[in-house]
Design a protein around this ligand. Structure first.
Ligand code: ZN
Length: 259
């Protein structure tokens, strides 16, 4: 099945913010699992949207929720993006703030009986901080010992499934790069065709060493991209990436609930 452009209305509305509290109680009788999309608000090169990482995480999370009959929580759409702050429009949370946000988000839902939290991530810069947040939550549970229901947390990066890897290799090869990639820009073009941007761009700089702060990043990568050619992005590619990511990640979610 290839998802047609803008089919979101046909999806089941298992989105937390579109339910009533009674519906959430009913859901909890059938499942203790919830999907949490997490992204970032940061520059994505000359034709990429500032919201790329949040948009990718959200549309794929909605697809997975639909495929697996799972509830999807509100998107955490600002992440750890300090290294992009030399480009206009970027917003960051400090790592300590993001850890606190995730802690409160999960703890609120755990209070109602949710036990399994499956984060679908759109931003590489969130990985270590989300890992630290999970350790904080587990530490809290361990220190309370026996006080609360078991908590299970998992982070899934949407671009790291076998199917998505294969697609990106076939479609873009080495021009995928690692930031402002044609894959992620394609997903946003599928999700928001009215916001497709065109921009002239030459070859992007590659990564010669790890970047540090925002000024350092901009010196190394003046137009924001890292080794990518997002001029190759199309909404048609985006439809395939969403379909493949949803298929692979829905399978992971089902396993996560059983394990
Ligand atoms: Zn991105």
């Amino acid at each position: 099945m290839v998802l047609p452009t803008r089919n979101r209305r046909r999806m089941t509305l298992l989105l937390l913010h579109l339910l009533t509290w009674q519906e959430v109680e009913t859901y909890l009788q059938a499942s203790k699992g919830i999907i949490v999309p997490i992204g970032s608000t940061e520059q994505h090169g000359p034709n990429g949207l500032i919201g790329t990482d949040a948009i990718c995480a959200e549309v794929i999370a909605k697809g997975v929720g639909d495929a697996a009959s799972a509830l999807v929580g509100p998107t955490i759409n600002v992440g750890n993006a300090q290294h992009h702050l030399a480009f206009a429009g970027t917003i960051t949370l400090r790592p300590a703030t993001l850890i606190a946000v995730i802690d409160d988000y999960v703890s609120s839902l755990a209070r109602h009986g949710f036990e399994r939290f499956f984060f679908i991530n759109g931003h590489g810069g969130n990985i270590s901080t989300v890992g630290a947040a999970f350790q904080e939550l587990y530490a809290g549970a361990s220190l309370r010992r026996g006080g609360s229901a078991p908590l299970r947390l998992k982070l899934k990066n949407w671009w790291e499934t076998p199917g998505v890897h294969r697609l990106s290799k076939e479609a873009f090869g080495s021009r995928e790069g690692s930031h402002a990639t044609p894959s992620e820009v394609s997903v946003t073009q599928w999700a928001y065709p009215e916001a497709i941007k065109r921009a002239a761009m030459g070859e992007a700089n590659g990564r010669v060493r790890d970047f540090c702060d925002a000024e350092d990043y901009r010196r190394l990568f003046p137009d924001g991209r890292i080794a990518s050619d997002p001029s190759l992005a199309t909404p048609e590619h985006g439809a395939k990436f969403v379909e493949t990511a949803v298929h692979d990640i829905a399978e992971d979610y089902r396993k996560f609930l059983m394990a």
